[in-house]
Design a protein around this ligand. Sequence first.
Ligand SMILES: [Zn+2]
Length: 178
Amino acid sequence: MSILKIARIGHPVVRTAAKPVAKKAFGDPAFQKLIDDMRETMYEYEGVGVAAPQVHVSLRLAVLEVPGSESQEEIPFTVVANPVITPIGDEAENGWEGCLSVPDLRGVVPRLKQLRLEALDRHGKAFSLEASDFFARVIQHECDHLDGQVYLDRMAEMKSLTFIKEFEAHVLGDNEEE
Ligand SMILES: [Zn+2]
């Protein structure tokens, strides 16, 4: 496995709508290696998801995984190809996001609280699931990448945009005092 180079904002691939994964691609060893490499890259940079355009591959493909913690339920490693999101209800929720393609920053982004995801797995098999809260947020963030969008585009206002060091000092720090 290899750690892939991350495309940052400014590189056209981050802003390009990606092409659907073709049926025949799933049987291609190079495609399977891409998924493994995306997984390795996600671990290396401690992301909770990586979309193919972020590793310079303009395909509708993303991987995600969130380790469990006190405040967060574990989300197992999941491959999504050609995903379609359907909102469940219209409730939105604000939450902090960061992005490997937008290094060193965090910002508050409103997202759907609950959704249904329909996608293909790494073998091209269709699956669907319902997600809420942080899981739903990660799915929306990764699927946006497939349309050439980053979380900055979704922010209701820019005032919350914060460098990670200041985020740790003033946002996480504030929470500790509560
Ligand atoms: Zn991102």
